[in-house]
Design a protein around this ligand. Sequence first.
Ligand SMILES: Nc1nc2c(c(=O)[nH]1)N[C@H]1C(S)=C(S)[C@@H](COP(=O)(O)OP(=O)(O)OC[C@H]3O[C@@H](n4cnc5c(=O)[nH]c(N)nc54)[C@H](O)[C@@H]3O)O[C@H]1N2
Ligand SMILES: Nc1nc2c(c(=O)[nH]1)N[C@H]1C(S)=C(S)[C@@H](COP(=O)(O)OP(=O)(O)OC[C@H]3O[C@@H](n4cnc5c(=O)[nH]c(N)nc54)[C@H](O)[C@@H]3O)O[C@H]1N2
Ligand code: SF4
Ligand SMILES: [Mo]
Length: 746
Amino acid sequence: MSAASPTTVVTYCRICEPLCGLIATVEDGRLLSLRPDPKHPLSKGNACPKGIAFTEVQNDPDRVLHPLRRTADGEFEQVSWDIALTDIAARLRKVWDEDGGSAVGHYLGNPSAFSYSAALWSGLFLKRLGSVHQFTTGSQDINSRFVASKLLYGAATQMPFPDLPRTQFVLMIGANPHVSHGSAVHAPRIKHELSAITARGGRVVVVDPRRTETAKAHEHVRVRPDSDAWLLLSLLHVVFAEGLTDETAIAEQASGVEMLRTAAKEFPPEETAARTGVDAAVVRQLARDFATAPSATAYGRTGACLGRHGTLVSFLIDVLTLVTGNLDRPGGTVFSRGVIPVEEMGEKAGAMTYGASHSRVGGFPDVMGIFPSSIMAEEITRTGPGRLRALIVTAGNPVLTVPDGERLVEALGELDLLVSFDLYVNETNRHADYVLPAVTFLEREDFPFALTAASPRPFYQATEAVLKPYGEARPEWEVFEELMHRMGLAMTSGGRLSFLNRPMLALEKSGLRLTPRRLMVALLRTGPFGDRFGLRRGGLNGKTMQSKPHGVLLADHAATGILSEVVLLPSKKVRLDPTEIAEELARLGDRHRMDGADGSDPDFPTLLIGLREIRSQNSWMHNSPLLMKGPRRQSARVHPDDAAAAGVVDGGNVRIVSRHGSIEVAVTVTDEVGPGTVAVPHGWGHRGGWQLANASEGTNVNKLMSSDPIDLEALAGMSLLNGVAVRLEPPALRETGSGAGRDKPV
Ligand SMILES: Nc1nc2c(c(=O)[nH]1)N[C@H]1C(S)=C(S)[C@@H](COP(=O)(O)OP(=O)(O)OC[C@H]3O[C@@H](n4cnc5c(=O)[nH]c(N)nc54)[C@H](O)[C@@H]3O)O[C@H]1N2
Ligand SMILES: Nc1nc2c(c(=O)[nH]1)N[C@H]1C(S)=C(S)[C@@H](COP(=O)(O)OP(=O)(O)OC[C@H]3O[C@@H](n4cnc5c(=O)[nH]c(N)nc54)[C@H](O)[C@@H]3O)O[C@H]1N2
Ligand code: SF4
Ligand SMILES: [Mo]
């Protein structure tokens, strides 16, 4: 008989950005189940299949629960933490003594965005070592948005977001919140939030090459992949030409509008229609409707960020909002604000840099100290000073998520040391010297960090750990600290994180051990909603998580009229004419002239885009039986005309060839995509320690993508993941179920 009966614990999900409220049922230190929290003020009893299925990740027999060390024959053996840490510290110290920070690197994967302690302490660790090779998912996700914000507002971490509860018009460019649940806007019931807009007589217009789940529920404008820059310039053209601007707003809020007025003249909708695939009449009407709506907001996400002009597109999205008088206004695009203001502190201290240094490979500007992940392989293989020799991967799987994973695999083999913190042996860390067992989100406490800053309804929720770590799993921050200690160094900060020095020193002076939690609580208390150590009654403090476990709504709406506080440029005005954008506009013009009107490549006439599915989370939830029920497999969405032309059939396979690689994958024939577009989900092609995932058919779509510096977006070094030129061919092996769509071990 078990000693304890099941208990329930209030917490929240940390798989994706809504951070939905969850109730965990726990017995004898084991998780029995997760269900949605009906008392959560924002998610109100909603959670998606991934959140519920996380029980299967937590309890997965394939999880890594002990430190693993690579043996001479290439297998893994279990070792003690002490043996692992002693060896890692010695080897890291050797590399560091020989070559300093220019030989040490880090790749920070997406799940670490949900762990403030892993993000902060890995940052301090790398900063202490002076690491110049810092990589994140940012160059496959959002760095273009950050650079746009740096150029417009002088604040890279500023994420302007749509004021969904109050708007009458959302122009959504390259986002599919019905599936992604919203990104760079924190709105746990975003589907409901969008339908409420139309219910009150407003509009949601979805600009997307695919008729997505979101597009089906609202109005759809089908655009050709990677042509949004032209579409936005044409929208601006109409707004300027037809006098639809809000000149008062422009005069009050912005500087340099003339550059764009002039640039937009060259992009009448009639000129860009061939490239965008959108009729000129549709563009003209859309511009008028947006500009004359009672309130309107343009919002873009990964579909806007991952093309050849991702920074320009993100920039123009805000410009459209501004010149029509909708920036920093209720119902328009409003500014993000951290409840725990780490990012604002970093901005004010000038630590959120852009172009403060440049990469050895490709000469890319840093984005807050981060470089494009695509160059990671060459940073390892290119000899000479500054060669990357020791790499730590925290919660990442770049072999599947970054262009040209095969090249990366080869490069990883040349490292002196590869260490990974993860829940699983994945396609990347199977090549590591050590895989260290990380805690799941249920095994650690958390505070909302960057992700909730873009909240139409300002909100705070923090949580204690729900479970003691299974096996020997440990929080990453403790391990970083221990490694530092064993290297004979101390975690004093410098450089990019120096803005945290003051609170850190204050804590140390008070004789308390410096922990991420103490630092967070101190920042929370001094932040905009904090209790100021007793000076503000009812303000947030370290005990709020106990007194308000379901979270606290902090205001009815996001603040507006705060532009002068947000803009950190000396002029205090939004800068519409930065040189970088002028140069990018010139590149766009050159490309347009060189390419011909529609920009297509006769050898590779089809454009490939990404696709997210409700039961996947990038590369790491394909081992959950609940999510894999079906049976599920990865498939390319191909238009009927293209399928017929390529000689492929629904349920069969297709061969997709780019200039850089080729894959074979199953086909779903559908007119969801237009002719000339193929959509393929990423994060498949499993060869890790996850048995169910390994058994699923699927292939790494990023084999088609180029990691050549010349193929990266110029301003932020974004990987080109959408609008990749490909050709569809019949599969080499015609019969299905032949394993044609299955990756070979690498
Ligand atoms: N073609 C194409 N490629 C893409 C994209 C695309 O749209 N198209 N999208 C890009 C985007 S937006 C992103 S964010 C990236 C994601 O890229 P990555 O972050 O590199 O990959 P993930 O699949 O998220 O893998 C995360 C790893 O973290 C582990 N993990 C999960 N939870 C935890 C935890 O709490 N702690 C630790 N230590 N480990 C954990 C998982 O087991 C997994 O191995 O992919 C990018 N790649
Ligand atoms: N279920 C699920 N949810 C997730 C994730 C997941 O893997 N699965 N991943 C999470 C992560 S890491 C992120 S970053 C977010 C992303 O959040 P979103 O960006 O909202 O999610 P996506 O589904 O990638 O939506 C991008 C859309 O852009 C479209 N698109 C592609 N190319 C272009 C183009 O050139 N122009 C335009 N206008 N549109 C284009 C695609 O068809 C797609 O519908 O989702 C998060 N949520
Ligand atoms: S949408 Fe799903 S995965 Fe994302 S936070 Fe909510 S429950 Fe978790
Ligand atoms: Mo992402």
